[in-house]
Design a protein around this ligand. Structure first.
Ligand code: MV4
Length: 448
């Protein structure tokens, strides 16, 4: 096992990783920008290294500085968290070339899943269901038109280098196709420096359901069930649940089995998430994330498994101790992302926290780097905390969530707390009856 790990991240996730390390007897090194010198992640780590000025490009993304911080402190491994360098294959490669362990999958698997065309092709061959569409990229209008006729309209043009919703264009009918293709290509070129695009049938009212996996270096792959992340706005998840209100145990086992068999054949290592659209009882692969995700705690709540601990263990070569049959899903969990933003316009609201009180009690977890007097800097994302609530069943979970939201106090900045106060009282939410468009439609109705 590692003696010292460097945490290449900030905010709540840096604290989360620090906690796992401490419980494993591992010393920790925090990195931080000059804007984060007073951050909780710096205070809680054993050592810290300032890696640059506030802009992430010069600090949290500054690869030479991060490698130097490892060498100076003698850290043997780097946990990248989410965002920043977590899915940068070149970074994982550089880390490896310096004899440091990257806590995550191989650079090859990160690179494969970063290319959405190659990823789709690979998982399809491994038996994962995909959305009907082009085999590989589309270049010409005639080719696009032929495929669209075959799969039927509406169709969606997606960027190979995209993901997270950037660079997508819908064509409702044949006369939309040429412009959709040209626009998608030029936007992809401008955003990613790569104009490769592919085509899929556009699914109109799906849910977003993702399956969590963990794999060791001894050929064992486990699935930890699914999360329903359909409640999102502009591709930012807002509320996540485990399990999905739309799945039963048999469907969970079925998709979990398909995914674990596929990743076993792929020789995958570490934690990963396979994202699906789910419509009319069928799963369609969209992307694979090769990192720890923001919403991992809902899976931890229903399985009792510390996903970060397992990431560190498998990265060091230890085998997963559990078997699939030992993984039992207990109750229901919901996470609400507490952002430093206006609850209904989502306008960022950085500033000083003048009052803070975290909720507690049975089944309540609050992951946050906030404290009274902390100044949320304007340079990074607005996630200030995550409220995770676990109950025996979904109904108990929802009632507990109402109670926990009433206990939570964050003063001095605007937060998304009022949004959740409303959502936990909406009939569709109480019924679990929502899809990827529900939240934006609800917000549009509210502001009308
Ligand atoms: C789709 C889709 C409908 N049909 N693919 C958006 C993010 C990217 N990861 C994939 N996305 C979508 N792909 C087909 N064939 C609708 C979306 C989509 C979406 C997906 C998940 C969560 C929220 C979303 C919001 C809008 C569109």
């Amino acid at each position: 096992m590692f003696e010292k790990v460097l945490i290449a991240n900030r905010g709540e996730i840096a604290l989360r990783i620090n906690r796992a390390c401490k419980e494993m007897g591992i010393s920790t090194v925090a990195i931080h920008s000059t804007a984060d010198a007073e951050s909780m992640h710096v205070r809680l780590a054993d050592e810290s290294v300032c890696v640059g000025p506030p802009p992430a490009g010069q600090s949290y993304l500054n690869i030479p500085q991060i490698i130097a911080a490892c060498e100076i402190t003698g850290a043997e491994a780097i946990h990248p968290g989410y965002g920043f360098l977590s899915e940068n294959a070149r970074f994982a490669e550089i880390v490896r070339e310096h004899g440091i362990t990257f806590i995550g999958p191989t650079p090859e698997h990160i690179r494969l899943m970063g290319d959405k065309i190659a990823a789709k092709q690979a998982v399809k061959e491994l038996g994962i269901p995909t959305v009907p569409g082009s085999d590989g990229g589309v270049t010409s209008d005639t080719e696009a038109a032929r495929i669209a006729e075959e799969i039927g309209y509406p169709v969606l043009i997606k960027a190979a280098a995209g993901g997270g919703g950037r660079g997508m264009k819908v064509a409702q009918k044949p006369s939309d196709l040429s412009l959709a293709l040209a626009t998608a290509r030029s936007e992809a070129k401008a955003a990613f420096g790569d104009d490769a695009v592919y085509m899929e049938k556009y699914l109109q009212l799906p849910r977003h359901i993702e399956v969590q996996v963990l794999a060791d270096s001894h050929g064992k792959v486990l699935h930890l069930g699914e999360r329903d992340c359909s409640l999102q706005r502009r591709h930012q998840k807002v509320w996540e649940e485990a399990g999905s209100p739309a799945l039963n145990a048999a469907q969970r086992e079925e998709i979990g089995g398909v995914v674990t068999r596929a990743l076993n054949k792929l020789g995958y290592l570490g934690a990963g998430t396979i994202e699906f659209l789910f419509e009319d009882g069928r799963f369609y692969f969209i992307e694979m994330n090769t990192r720890l995700q923001v919403e991992h705690p809902v899976t931890e709540a229903i399985t009792g498994i510390d996903i970060v601990r397992e990431q560190i263990r498998v990265a060091s070569g230890s085998p997963l101790e559990l078997d699939q049959k030992d993984i039992v899903f207990e109750g229901h969990a919901i996470e609400c992302r507490i952002n430093a933003e206006n609850a209904f316009t989502f306008t960022p609201s950085p500033g000083t926290i003048t009052q803070f009180h975290a909720p507690g009690g049975l089944g309540v977890r609050f992951d946050s780097h906030m404290y009274t007097g902390y100044r949320i800097p304007p340079y990074y994302d607005s996630l200030a905390g995550k409220l995770i609530v676990h109950g025996k069943n979904r109904n108990e979970c929802l009632m507990r969530l109402r109670r926990a939201l009433d206990e939570l106090v964050v003063g001095g900045i605007e937060t998304t707390i009022p949004l959740f106060q409303k959502l936990v009282r909406e009939q569709d939410i109480l019924n679990g009856d929502y899809n990827i468009h529900w939240l934006e439609q609800w917000l549009a109705k509210k502001s009308a």
